[in-house]
Design a protein around this ligand. Sequence first.
Ligand code: PHE
Length: 341
Amino acid sequence: MNPQEFLERVRSLSGEALPALSGASSRVSLEEARVRYLGTKGAVGELSKQMGKLDKAFRPEAGKALNALREAAASAHAEALSRLSAEPEAGQAVDVTLPGRRVPLGHTHLISRTSREICSIFERMGLTVTEGPEVETDYYNFEALNFPKDHPSRDMQQTLFLEDGLLLRTHTSCVQIRTMERTRPPVWIVVPGKTYRRDDDLTHSPMFNQVEGLVVDKGITMADLKGMLAEFAREFFSRSAKIRLRPSFFPFTEPSAEVDVACVSCGGKGCRICKGTGWLEVLGCGMVDPALYSYVGYDPDEVSGFAFGIGVDRMAMLKYRLDNIGRFYSGDTRSMRQFPG
Ligand code: PHE
């Protein structure tokens, strides 16, 4: 074979093999083309055997031409393979007889559900849901709620302080001031929301949830407060739920109380859940301190009111018998998935 003849064979093989490889319409025909041209007994291999019959001087040039063809054919094959792999093979493209894949449907998180349930109980008693910002000023979180600067009652609520006197609110009580500032009495509101404190253990999370209540109207007394909370406990836990009020202190209520419910686990006899006391602390409350009215321009001789703050996480833990607040906020959803609601 003379050099011209050899190069002519390389050229015509290239004109045949490259379109056959890159134009293959299925993985089967691509594989056939690969075997035909690049396989051990393929056309390219056969041609390279002819090299021995060539003039020694011409062999390097012939080898170069053949290698170029081999590389071009290999890359045409690789491209065609990746194009065809992205497509389903004909005949098995879509099996319409297979059952559909179920799209996993989420459900409301237990905290949202509990918060909504608490709010709806109070809505049925005539309160309206309202909200406020999670990033607050010192004024709404502390000052207008009658926390004097440097007062030790601020220590219980250490939180994340941001720049320019801003902070993450430590309670939803800020919304008491924000609402009274922009509305005239009567005020009957219930306020769900996230709150933040420097706390972290089995029953405390640095971010947690509260529902605040505020009722300011003519002639509101502590009996109204106690009646509303007792009915709330019966609606939320069970008709036989009992509450008790213990004296406490909050700068923005006077008098103030902590509310306990008779242990939902043992009914008051004493058990592990209530640490043998028979009672579980669930919320803080009290009569609105008249000092607040001076910040919002209400007349303390005209109106009186009460407020309460419920820990949503705690209520949910009691109702659904969870022992670790971290279950609400963990990326492991197994605990939460038990409560599709
Ligand atoms: N803000 C209080 C707390 O987070 C709870 C509270 C609200 C107490 C309203 C009295 C009245 O601890």
